[in-house]
Design a protein around this ligand. Structure first.
Ligand code: FE
Length: 195
């Protein structure tokens, strides 16, 4: 009986493509990297930039993430619920999947390796502030940290705080400074940060 584990099937398919000379391992790595760092997070960044620029859109996004994100043409093929949580000076949200690696693929692409690690999955819940410090995010004690545990039915994405000094920026320019980590909640957006 063939394995039904998607990881095993994927690896088998990759081996076959490489063996037949249809694709090189390097090219596969490039494609994966592209999904991890470019395609996926760029969609989320567009969602964030729209929410920062359009208060009515932001309201819809926080009320029904999946529907508001679908307005931009991004849908989850599995139809999972997508909840967007807003970071403020009072509350900081971060996302984890304690069980495996559930992640809002439709807006962030492939999860980074650390997101899938046992260390992150367990420590994000047991010692979130320490984990955030390791990501160079030192929050004031007065900020409440909320950790959202994803599963196959509900995925979470963080709406990061809009940095000061970006008032005059276009939606397009804003999308360029939104980082993947800020939408997982392990980073903040800086005015000059590149995504
Ligand atoms: Fe999971």
């Amino acid at each position: 009986m063939a394995s039904e584990d998607p990881a095993v099937l994927t690896k088998a398919l990759e081996s076959l493509l490489v063996e037949k000379g249809l694709i090189t391992s390097t090219r596969i790595d490039e494609i994966v990297k592209n999904y991890e760092e470019d395609i996926g997070p760029m969609r989320g960044a567009q969602v964030v930039a729209r929410a920062w620029s359009d208060p009515a859109y932001k309201e819809r996004l926080l009320a029904d993430g999946r529907a508001a994100i679908a307005e931009l043409g991004f849908t989850d093929p599995h139809g999972a619920e997508l909840v967007v949580t807003e970071n403020t000076d009072e509350v900081h949200n971060m996302v984890v999947c304690t069980l495996c690696s559930c992640y809002p693929w439709s807006v962030l692409g492939l999860p980074p390796t650390w997101y899938k690690s046992f260390a992150y999955r367990s420590r994000a819940v047991s010692e979130p502030r320490t984990v955030l410090k390791e990501f160079d995010l030192d929050l004031p004690e007065s900020t409440e940290v909320r950790v959202w545990d994803s599963n196959s039915d509900i995925r979470y994405m963080v709406l990061p705080k809009r940095p000061a000094g970006t008032e005059g920026m276009s939606e397009e320019a804003l999308a360029e400074i939104v980082t993947r980590d800020s939408m997982i909640g392990v980073g903040e957006v800086a005015r000059g940060s590149a995504s």
